[in-house]
Design a protein around this ligand. Structure first.
Ligand code: NAD
Length: 455
């Protein structure tokens, strides 16, 4: 079955979720574009958008309508030639409307899994719960007339494990989009040890057509992206716990968050990022990684404790940030959660005191946005970090320990064979996490020596 034929019948499971809706958007347009090609005119392209929530599927259709319109506006010249034989479509508005209808005709929302039974390709984007994923993938086991290829968006579960437990016989590959799939360039492709070569070949062709930046990851729990992020987050948490012995815990969280953003020149601090991802999601990923990577202690009793107190992070329906480690006011951090008191301590009460304890940032300042736009980014970072290297303030000490740990994590991903090279680790952090520089760099010494670690 060649590429277009395989894409004639597709199912997306968990289609109305954060990742599922983006996957439906991308794949339905790919299918609609294929359908517009003269050689495919006899084919019928159908995408079954399966989700347990009827309400969420209504939201999906609205989202698709808006997003497909935007993308049609961008590719109007291509669409004009694709619809050249439609003499009834004259102005741009008519062509855009026709394309939106065309894509929405491809998508069939469904709440019943049975709709997926005829699919040649199944994208699985259900919550990060192995038992649920296996239950859903029973539709792909090959017991019916079809033996579909499965592309799972799992953030952490080894692909070979899903393959064995769902009895897919190698018809599966990790296709790890980043959030939101339609915007984020990065896709981590993960081949399990049994993944069939033709499945991998199709995945590569699809990423190419979607113009994604691909980084291959080995099939180890957490892969490259979460392999780095989870350990990086656990470092941030352990630093806050260490500092929390000398200062109130919310102050310590604030200090580490500030260092991991402003001193490390990252788009957001580590606690803000954990809130953005959702503490429940972080817990799920750690629960997958920890038992599969023994001896690494990939747990966070603090996250477990916060979740036990109902502190979750993640986003509201309108996309606004929910409170997690931090409390947000108009999207900006305004307080830090104190698990002992069970409430948020307002930043206005202690921010100035903590900033003084951390000490100043080097001059001239280098905020992340300025760094990524800087015409000589590497040189600017070298100068900024060079100044920090010569500082002995608390902020500089935390910065040094953090940068070195992040580098150590990156190097270990390579030595453990999760990533093929330091460049691949850096590409994931640069593209998927929007860092201004990769964790494997010359700004930080290779490892934290016990003597330096004490500083
Ligand atoms: N959110 C992210 O930033 C992100 C990034 C990369 C990968 N992922 C991974 O993508 C997957 C999906 O994550 P998400 O954030 O989109 O989750 P989500 O909770 O936003 O979406 C999951 C969807 O699955 C649906 N669902 C639940 N049970 C179902 C069932 N029995 N049948 C059909 N649908 C069902 C839900 O209604 C929901 O719409 C997970 O494996 C996650 O680890 C998430």
């Amino acid at each position: 079955m060649e590429y277009a034929e395989r894409l004639e019948n597709v199912a997306v499971l968990g289609a109305a979720g954060k990742m599922g809706s983006g996957i439906v958007l991308l794949v339905s347009q790919e299918m609609a574009d294929l359908a517009l090609k003269p050689e495919n005119r006899s084919k019928t392209f159908v995408l079954h958008a399966v989700d347990v929530s009827h309400q969420a599927l209504l939201g999906l259709v609205k989202y698709l309508r808006e997003q497909v319109r935007k993308s049609a506006e961008k590719k109007i010249t291509t669409l004009r030639s694709a619809y050249a034989d439609r003499k009834d479509l004259v102005d741009n508005g008519e062509i855009i409307d026709a394309y939106v209808d065309h894509v929405l005709d491809v998508v069939r929302p469904a709440t019943l899994l049975a709709a997926a039974a005829e699919a040649n390709v199944v994208f699985e984007a259900a919550p990060e719960d192995l038992a649920l994923k296996l239950k859903l993938l029973a539709c792909a086991s090959g017991d019916g007339s079809k033996t579909p290829w499965v592309f799972t968006n799992t953030s952490s579960i080894p692909i070979h494990e899903i393959d064995e437990k769902a009895r897919l016989g190698g018809r599966i590959m990790g296709f790890h989009f980043y959030n939101p799939p339609a915007v984020q360039k990065l896709v981590e492709l993960i081949r399990g040890k049994t993944t069939l070569p033709e499945v991998a070949k199709f995945a590569e062709a699809l990423t190419k057509s979607l113009r994604k930046t691909v980084v291959p990851s080995n099939d180890v729990a957490g892969f490259i992206g979460n392999g780095h992020f989870m350990r990086d987050m656990l470092h941030g948490i352990s630093e806050a716990e260490r500092l929390g012995k000398e200062m109130p815990f919310p102050h310590a969280v604030y200090c580490v968050n500030k260092v991991s953003q402003d001193f490390l020149v990252r788009p957001m601090g580590v606690f803000q990022l954990a809130d953005y991802v959702g503490l429940d999601v972080c817990q799920c990923i750690l629960n997958v990684m920890d038992p599969r990577l023994p001896g690494q202690d990939l747990k966070s009793p603090l996250i477990d404790r916060l979740l036990g107190q109902g502190v979750k992070g993640g986003q509201n329906h309108d996309g606004s940030q929910k409170d997690g480690f931090l409390h947000y006011d108009a999207g900006r951090p305004a307080g830090v959660y104190d698990p002992d008191a069970g409430r948020y301590a307002p930043l206005s009460e202690f921010q100035a005191e903590c900033d003084k304890k951390l000490g100043p940032l080097p001059e001239p300042a280098l905020p992340w946005k300025a760094a990524v736009k800087h015409p000589s980014r590497e040189k600017a970072l070298e100068e900024f970090f060079g100044k920090l290297e010569n500082m002995t303030t608390l902020g500089a000490q935390l910065w040094r320990r953090y940068g070195r740990r992040s580098k150590e994590i990156g190097l270990k991903l390579v030595s453990d064979g999760v990533a093929a090279s330091p460049e691949d680790v850096n590409k994931v952090l640069l593209t998927g996490f929007f860092h201004a520089y990769g964790p494997v760099n010359d700004y930080f010494a290779r490892t934290v020596s016990p003597a330096k670690a004490a500083t």
